[in-house]
Design a binder for this molecule. Sequence first.
Ligand SMILES: Cc1cc2nc3c(=O)[nH]c(=O)nc-3n(C[C@H](O)[C@H](O)[C@H](O)COP(=O)(O)OP(=O)(O)OC[C@H]3O[C@@H](n4cnc5c(N)ncnc54)[C@H](O)[C@@H]3O)c2cc1C
Length: 322
Amino acid sequence: MSDTIKTDVLIVGAGPIGLFAVFELGLLDIKAHLVDILDKVGGQCAELYPEKPIYDIPGIPFITGHGLSDALMRQIKPFGPTFHLGEMVTTLEKIGDPLFRVATDRGKVFETKSVVIAAGGGSFQPKPPPINGIEPYENTSVFYAVRKMDAFRDKRLLIVGGGDSADEFRGAPDSVNKMRALVAAGDMDLKIGQVSGLEGGDGQLSACSVKGNDGVATRIEVDTMLPFFGLTMKLGPVADWGLKMEDELIPVDTAAFETSMRGLFAIGDINTYPGKLKLILSGFHEAALMAQKAHRYVYPDKKLVFQYTTSSTNLQKKLGVA
Ligand SMILES: Cc1cc2nc3c(=O)[nH]c(=O)nc-3n(C[C@H](O)[C@H](O)[C@H](O)COP(=O)(O)OP(=O)(O)OC[C@H]3O[C@@H](n4cnc5c(N)ncnc54)[C@H](O)[C@@H]3O)c2cc1C
Protein backbone atom coordinates (compact mmCIF):
# COMPACT_ATOMS: atom_id res chain seq x y z
CA MET A 1 0.00 0.00 0.00
CA SER A 2 1.30 3.46 -0.93
CA ASP A 3 1.73 6.46 1.38
CA THR A 4 -1.40 8.36 2.30
CA ILE A 5 -2.14 11.29 -0.02
CA LYS A 6 -3.38 14.33 1.92
CA THR A 7 -5.70 16.75 0.18
CA ASP A 8 -8.33 19.41 0.89
CA VAL A 9 -11.02 17.68 -1.15
CA LEU A 10 -11.29 14.35 -2.90
CA ILE A 11 -13.75 14.21 -5.80
CA VAL A 12 -15.15 10.78 -6.66
CA GLY A 13 -15.86 10.90 -10.39
CA ALA A 14 -14.35 13.06 -13.16
CA GLY A 15 -17.58 13.53 -15.14
CA PRO A 16 -18.62 17.05 -16.15
CA ILE A 17 -19.80 17.86 -12.64
CA GLY A 18 -16.68 16.57 -10.90
CA LEU A 19 -14.60 18.62 -13.34
CA PHE A 20 -16.56 21.83 -12.77
CA ALA A 21 -16.32 21.27 -9.01
CA VAL A 22 -12.54 21.68 -9.40
CA PHE A 23 -13.18 25.16 -10.82
CA GLU A 24 -15.52 26.30 -8.05
CA LEU A 25 -13.24 24.87 -5.35
CA GLY A 26 -10.17 26.35 -7.03
CA LEU A 27 -11.61 29.86 -6.92
CA LEU A 28 -11.75 29.42 -3.14
CA ASP A 29 -8.13 28.14 -2.92
CA ILE A 30 -9.25 24.57 -2.29
CA LYS A 31 -7.08 21.87 -3.87
CA ALA A 32 -8.67 18.77 -5.30
CA HIS A 33 -7.72 15.24 -6.31
CA LEU A 34 -10.12 13.34 -8.60
CA VAL A 35 -10.52 9.59 -8.98
CA ASP A 36 -12.37 7.97 -11.88
CA ILE A 37 -12.81 4.36 -12.91
CA LEU A 38 -12.57 5.35 -16.55
CA ASP A 39 -9.22 5.97 -18.20
CA LYS A 40 -10.46 9.35 -19.37
CA VAL A 41 -12.33 12.35 -17.97
CA GLY A 42 -15.84 13.48 -18.96
CA GLY A 43 -18.06 10.71 -17.50
CA GLN A 44 -21.19 10.03 -19.56
CA CYS A 45 -20.35 12.84 -22.01
CA ALA A 46 -17.06 11.18 -22.93
CA GLU A 47 -18.08 7.54 -22.61
CA LEU A 48 -21.67 7.46 -23.87
CA TYR A 49 -22.07 10.34 -26.32
CA PRO A 50 -18.74 12.00 -27.24
CA GLU A 51 -19.91 12.96 -30.73
CA LYS A 52 -23.52 13.86 -29.88
CA PRO A 53 -24.61 17.49 -29.53
CA ILE A 54 -25.68 19.12 -26.26
CA TYR A 55 -27.88 22.18 -26.75
CA ASP A 56 -28.66 23.26 -23.18
CA ILE A 57 -25.39 24.38 -21.63
CA PRO A 58 -26.05 28.02 -20.68
CA GLY A 59 -24.39 30.41 -23.11
CA ILE A 60 -23.15 27.64 -25.42
CA PRO A 61 -25.74 27.03 -28.16
CA PHE A 62 -24.08 23.78 -29.28
CA ILE A 63 -21.25 21.57 -28.04
CA THR A 64 -20.51 17.85 -28.27
CA GLY A 65 -19.97 15.64 -25.23
CA HIS A 66 -16.28 15.45 -26.06
CA GLY A 67 -16.13 19.22 -26.69
CA LEU A 68 -17.64 19.94 -23.27
CA SER A 69 -15.12 17.67 -21.51
CA ASP A 70 -12.26 19.41 -23.34
CA ALA A 71 -13.60 22.87 -22.52
CA LEU A 72 -13.95 21.98 -18.83
CA MET A 73 -10.38 20.68 -18.78
CA ARG A 74 -9.16 24.00 -20.20
CA GLN A 75 -11.25 25.92 -17.68
CA ILE A 76 -9.82 24.06 -14.66
CA LYS A 77 -6.20 24.02 -15.86
CA PRO A 78 -5.16 27.01 -13.67
CA PHE A 79 -6.03 25.00 -10.56
CA GLY A 80 -3.80 22.01 -11.37
CA PRO A 81 -6.04 19.20 -10.12
CA THR A 82 -4.48 15.75 -9.73
CA PHE A 83 -6.23 12.96 -11.62
CA HIS A 84 -6.18 9.29 -10.66
CA LEU A 85 -7.76 7.67 -13.70
CA GLY A 86 -8.50 3.98 -14.17
CA GLU A 87 -9.11 3.61 -10.41
CA MET A 88 -12.29 3.00 -8.47
CA VAL A 89 -12.96 4.47 -5.05
CA THR A 90 -13.90 1.41 -3.03
CA THR A 91 -14.00 2.49 0.61
CA LEU A 92 -14.82 5.68 2.45
CA GLU A 93 -14.39 5.98 6.18
CA LYS A 94 -15.08 8.94 8.47
CA ILE A 95 -12.07 9.46 10.75
CA GLY A 96 -12.70 13.00 12.05
CA ASP A 97 -15.26 15.78 12.05
CA PRO A 98 -14.89 16.19 9.21
CA LEU A 99 -11.96 14.10 8.00
CA PHE A 100 -12.17 11.08 5.73
CA ARG A 101 -10.00 8.17 4.69
CA VAL A 102 -10.74 7.05 1.15
CA ALA A 103 -9.16 4.12 -0.67
CA THR A 104 -9.10 2.92 -4.27
CA ASP A 105 -8.98 -0.53 -5.79
CA ARG A 106 -5.38 0.15 -6.82
CA GLY A 107 -4.21 0.62 -3.27
CA LYS A 108 -4.15 4.43 -3.07
CA VAL A 109 -5.24 5.95 0.23
CA PHE A 110 -6.34 9.56 0.66
CA GLU A 111 -6.89 11.58 3.80
CA THR A 112 -9.18 14.46 2.98
CA LYS A 113 -11.09 17.20 4.79
CA SER A 114 -14.12 16.87 2.52
CA VAL A 115 -15.33 14.39 -0.06
CA VAL A 116 -17.42 15.28 -3.10
CA ILE A 117 -19.27 12.33 -4.57
CA ALA A 118 -19.82 13.18 -8.25
CA ALA A 119 -20.23 9.55 -9.27
CA GLY A 120 -23.18 10.06 -11.67
CA GLY A 121 -25.04 6.84 -12.33
CA GLY A 122 -22.16 4.93 -10.74
CA SER A 123 -19.69 2.82 -12.61
CA PHE A 124 -19.95 1.88 -16.26
CA GLN A 125 -20.14 -1.89 -16.48
CA PRO A 126 -19.79 -3.97 -19.64
CA LYS A 127 -23.00 -5.60 -20.84
CA PRO A 128 -22.48 -9.37 -20.71
CA PRO A 129 -22.05 -10.80 -24.21
CA PRO A 130 -24.45 -13.54 -25.41
CA ILE A 131 -21.72 -16.19 -25.54
CA ASN A 132 -22.24 -19.43 -23.65
CA GLY A 133 -19.45 -20.64 -21.38
CA ILE A 134 -17.50 -17.35 -21.40
CA GLU A 135 -17.23 -16.97 -17.59
CA PRO A 136 -14.19 -19.25 -16.97
CA TYR A 137 -12.14 -17.14 -19.38
CA GLU A 138 -13.08 -13.72 -18.00
CA ASN A 139 -10.09 -11.62 -16.89
CA THR A 140 -7.62 -14.29 -18.01
CA SER A 141 -8.16 -14.43 -21.76
CA VAL A 142 -11.45 -12.54 -22.16
CA PHE A 143 -11.36 -8.81 -21.29
CA TYR A 144 -14.11 -6.20 -21.39
CA ALA A 145 -11.83 -3.15 -21.43
CA VAL A 146 -8.45 -2.28 -22.87
CA ARG A 147 -6.57 -0.70 -19.99
CA LYS A 148 -3.06 -1.27 -21.37
CA MET A 149 -2.69 -1.98 -25.07
CA ASP A 150 0.77 -3.46 -24.52
CA ALA A 151 -0.79 -6.41 -22.69
CA PHE A 152 -2.21 -7.55 -26.05
CA ARG A 153 0.87 -7.05 -28.20
CA ASP A 154 1.67 -10.08 -30.44
CA LYS A 155 -1.49 -11.89 -29.28
CA ARG A 156 -4.06 -13.41 -31.62
CA LEU A 157 -7.00 -11.15 -30.79
CA LEU A 158 -10.67 -11.62 -31.53
CA ILE A 159 -12.63 -8.39 -31.08
CA VAL A 160 -16.38 -9.06 -30.91
CA GLY A 161 -19.18 -6.52 -31.25
CA GLY A 162 -19.64 -3.18 -32.94
CA GLY A 163 -22.29 -3.79 -35.55
CA ASP A 164 -25.85 -4.92 -36.06
CA SER A 165 -25.48 -6.23 -39.59
CA ALA A 166 -23.01 -6.77 -42.40
CA ASP A 167 -22.72 -3.13 -43.38
CA GLU A 168 -23.78 -1.10 -40.36
CA PHE A 169 -21.44 -0.29 -37.51
CA ARG A 170 -22.31 1.71 -34.42
CA GLY A 171 -18.80 3.10 -34.05
CA ALA A 172 -17.76 6.63 -35.08
CA PRO A 173 -17.39 6.80 -38.90
CA ASP A 174 -13.71 7.67 -38.55
CA SER A 175 -13.07 4.51 -36.47
CA VAL A 176 -15.03 2.38 -38.95
CA ASN A 177 -12.92 3.80 -41.81
CA LYS A 178 -9.71 3.01 -39.92
CA MET A 179 -10.93 -0.54 -39.32
CA ARG A 180 -11.75 -0.98 -43.03
CA ALA A 181 -8.27 0.30 -43.96
CA LEU A 182 -6.69 -2.31 -41.66
CA VAL A 183 -8.79 -5.02 -43.32
CA ALA A 184 -7.80 -3.78 -46.80
CA ALA A 185 -4.13 -3.83 -45.76
CA GLY A 186 -4.47 -7.41 -44.53
CA ASP A 187 -3.66 -6.39 -40.93
CA MET A 188 -6.97 -7.67 -39.59
CA ASP A 189 -9.79 -9.94 -40.71
CA LEU A 190 -13.44 -8.93 -40.56
CA LYS A 191 -16.00 -11.67 -40.10
CA ILE A 192 -19.75 -10.97 -39.99
CA GLY A 193 -21.52 -13.44 -37.73
CA GLN A 194 -21.82 -14.54 -34.12
CA VAL A 195 -19.45 -16.31 -31.76
CA SER A 196 -21.08 -19.71 -31.32
CA GLY A 197 -18.51 -21.68 -29.32
CA LEU A 198 -15.31 -21.43 -27.31
CA GLU A 199 -12.39 -23.86 -26.95
CA GLY A 200 -9.69 -23.83 -24.30
CA GLY A 201 -8.94 -24.82 -20.73
CA ASP A 202 -7.75 -23.41 -17.39
CA GLY A 203 -8.98 -19.95 -18.32
CA GLN A 204 -6.97 -19.86 -21.54
CA LEU A 205 -8.84 -19.63 -24.84
CA SER A 206 -7.41 -21.48 -27.81
CA ALA A 207 -10.10 -21.05 -30.47
CA CYS A 208 -13.58 -19.65 -31.16
CA SER A 209 -16.26 -20.74 -33.61
CA VAL A 210 -17.90 -17.92 -35.50
CA LYS A 211 -21.17 -18.73 -37.24
CA GLY A 212 -21.59 -16.56 -40.32
CA ASN A 213 -24.88 -15.11 -41.54
CA ASP A 214 -24.87 -17.94 -44.10
CA GLY A 215 -25.03 -20.45 -41.21
CA VAL A 216 -21.51 -21.77 -41.82
CA ALA A 217 -19.23 -21.92 -38.77
CA THR A 218 -15.55 -20.99 -39.01
CA ARG A 219 -12.96 -21.96 -36.40
CA ILE A 220 -10.58 -19.13 -35.49
CA GLU A 221 -7.50 -19.72 -33.33
CA VAL A 222 -7.17 -16.99 -30.70
CA ASP A 223 -5.32 -16.19 -27.48
CA THR A 224 -7.54 -13.36 -26.34
CA MET A 225 -11.09 -12.18 -26.93
CA LEU A 226 -12.34 -8.61 -26.40
CA PRO A 227 -16.16 -8.55 -26.46
CA PHE A 228 -17.70 -5.05 -26.66
CA PHE A 229 -21.48 -5.11 -26.30
CA GLY A 230 -21.99 -1.69 -24.78
CA LEU A 231 -22.09 -0.42 -21.22
CA THR A 232 -24.69 -0.22 -18.49
CA MET A 233 -24.35 1.78 -15.28
CA LYS A 234 -24.26 0.20 -11.84
CA LEU A 235 -24.05 2.14 -8.60
CA GLY A 236 -21.05 0.12 -7.38
CA PRO A 237 -19.29 0.69 -4.05
CA VAL A 238 -21.05 4.03 -3.28
CA ALA A 239 -23.88 1.93 -1.83
CA ASP A 240 -21.53 0.54 0.86
CA TRP A 241 -20.40 3.84 2.36
CA GLY A 242 -23.01 3.96 5.11
CA LEU A 243 -25.03 6.72 3.46
CA LYS A 244 -28.78 6.95 3.43
CA MET A 245 -29.88 6.13 -0.12
CA GLU A 246 -33.16 6.61 -1.99
CA ASP A 247 -33.58 4.55 -5.16
CA GLU A 248 -29.79 4.32 -5.53
CA LEU A 249 -29.45 8.10 -5.17
CA ILE A 250 -28.01 10.12 -2.30
CA PRO A 251 -30.39 12.58 -0.63
CA VAL A 252 -28.83 16.00 -0.03
CA ASP A 253 -29.85 19.39 1.30
CA THR A 254 -30.28 22.09 -1.32
CA ALA A 255 -28.29 24.76 0.50
CA ALA A 256 -24.93 23.04 0.03
CA PHE A 257 -25.69 19.61 -1.47
CA GLU A 258 -24.26 18.00 1.64
CA THR A 259 -25.30 14.49 2.66
CA SER A 260 -26.36 13.41 6.12
CA MET A 261 -22.60 13.23 6.95
CA ARG A 262 -20.81 16.56 7.61
CA GLY A 263 -18.17 17.27 4.98
CA LEU A 264 -19.50 14.65 2.57
CA PHE A 265 -21.17 16.20 -0.47
CA ALA A 266 -23.01 14.63 -3.42
CA ILE A 267 -23.47 16.60 -6.64
CA GLY A 268 -24.62 15.83 -10.18
CA ASP A 269 -26.63 12.81 -11.27
CA ILE A 270 -25.88 10.84 -8.08
CA ASN A 271 -27.93 13.07 -5.77
CA THR A 272 -31.62 13.58 -5.16
CA TYR A 273 -33.73 16.38 -3.67
CA PRO A 274 -37.19 17.77 -4.37
CA GLY A 275 -37.29 19.07 -7.95
CA LYS A 276 -33.95 17.50 -8.99
CA LEU A 277 -33.30 17.49 -12.74
CA LYS A 278 -30.51 15.25 -14.03
CA LEU A 279 -29.04 17.99 -16.19
CA ILE A 280 -25.48 19.20 -16.48
CA LEU A 281 -26.52 22.76 -15.69
CA SER A 282 -28.10 21.63 -12.40
CA GLY A 283 -24.87 19.88 -11.43
CA PHE A 284 -22.85 23.04 -12.16
CA HIS A 285 -25.06 25.04 -9.78
CA GLU A 286 -24.70 22.32 -7.14
CA ALA A 287 -20.90 22.47 -7.47
CA ALA A 288 -20.87 26.22 -6.80
CA LEU A 289 -22.89 25.93 -3.58
CA MET A 290 -20.98 22.86 -2.42
CA ALA A 291 -17.69 24.78 -2.70
CA GLN A 292 -18.94 27.57 -0.42
CA LYS A 293 -19.69 25.07 2.35
CA ALA A 294 -16.52 23.00 1.77
CA HIS A 295 -14.54 26.22 2.35
CA ARG A 296 -15.75 26.20 5.98
CA TYR A 297 -14.24 22.75 6.53
CA VAL A 298 -10.99 23.43 4.73
CA TYR A 299 -10.44 26.91 6.21
CA PRO A 300 -12.51 27.00 9.44
CA ASP A 301 -10.88 30.28 10.54
CA LYS A 302 -11.22 32.18 7.27
CA LYS A 303 -14.22 34.30 6.33
CA LEU A 304 -15.42 33.79 2.79
CA VAL A 305 -16.06 36.96 0.78
CA PHE A 306 -18.31 36.60 -2.25
CA GLN A 307 -16.62 37.83 -5.45
CA TYR A 308 -17.30 37.96 -9.21
CA THR A 309 -14.71 36.65 -11.69
CA THR A 310 -15.52 39.68 -13.88
CA SER A 311 -14.39 42.25 -11.35
CA SER A 312 -12.20 40.52 -8.74
CA THR A 313 -8.47 40.89 -9.44
CA ASN A 314 -7.92 38.31 -6.73
CA LEU A 315 -9.94 35.68 -8.63
CA GLN A 316 -8.42 36.72 -11.94
CA LYS A 317 -4.93 36.18 -10.50
CA LYS A 318 -5.92 32.65 -9.52
CA LEU A 319 -7.15 32.13 -13.08
CA GLY A 320 -3.85 33.45 -14.43
CA VAL A 321 -5.50 36.27 -16.39
CA ALA A 322 -4.55 39.31 -14.28
C1 LIG B 1 -27.19 9.96 -24.35
C2 LIG B 1 -27.24 11.04 -23.29
C3 LIG B 1 -27.49 12.34 -23.67
C4 LIG B 1 -27.52 13.36 -22.70
N1 LIG B 1 -27.77 14.65 -23.09
C5 LIG B 1 -27.79 15.65 -22.17
C6 LIG B 1 -28.05 17.00 -22.56
O1 LIG B 1 -28.32 17.30 -23.72
N2 LIG B 1 -28.03 17.96 -21.58
C7 LIG B 1 -27.76 17.68 -20.27
O2 LIG B 1 -27.72 18.59 -19.45
N3 LIG B 1 -27.53 16.38 -19.88
C8 LIG B 1 -27.54 15.38 -20.80
N4 LIG B 1 -27.33 14.09 -20.40
C9 LIG B 1 -27.12 13.83 -18.96
C10 LIG B 1 -25.69 14.22 -18.55
O3 LIG B 1 -24.75 13.50 -19.33
C11 LIG B 1 -25.53 13.90 -17.07
O4 LIG B 1 -26.43 14.73 -16.35
C12 LIG B 1 -24.09 14.22 -16.63
O5 LIG B 1 -23.16 13.41 -17.31
C13 LIG B 1 -23.96 14.00 -15.14
O6 LIG B 1 -22.64 14.29 -14.80
P1 LIG B 1 -21.95 13.67 -13.50
O7 LIG B 1 -20.56 14.25 -13.49
O8 LIG B 1 -22.85 13.88 -12.35
O9 LIG B 1 -21.92 12.09 -13.74
P2 LIG B 1 -21.28 11.18 -14.89
O10 LIG B 1 -21.16 11.90 -16.17
O11 LIG B 1 -22.06 9.91 -14.85
O12 LIG B 1 -19.80 10.90 -14.36
C14 LIG B 1 -19.62 10.17 -13.17
C15 LIG B 1 -18.22 9.58 -13.17
O13 LIG B 1 -18.00 8.97 -11.89
C16 LIG B 1 -17.23 7.80 -12.07
N5 LIG B 1 -17.43 6.93 -10.92
C17 LIG B 1 -18.59 6.37 -10.47
N6 LIG B 1 -18.38 5.64 -9.35
C18 LIG B 1 -17.05 5.77 -9.07
C19 LIG B 1 -16.20 5.25 -8.06
N7 LIG B 1 -16.67 4.49 -7.07
N8 LIG B 1 -14.87 5.55 -8.11
C20 LIG B 1 -14.36 6.35 -9.10
N9 LIG B 1 -15.14 6.87 -10.08
C21 LIG B 1 -16.45 6.58 -10.08
C22 LIG B 1 -17.74 7.22 -13.39
O14 LIG B 1 -16.78 6.38 -13.98
C23 LIG B 1 -18.02 8.49 -14.20
O15 LIG B 1 -16.95 8.84 -15.05
C24 LIG B 1 -27.30 13.05 -21.32
C25 LIG B 1 -27.03 11.73 -20.96
C26 LIG B 1 -27.00 10.73 -21.92
C27 LIG B 1 -26.71 9.32 -21.51
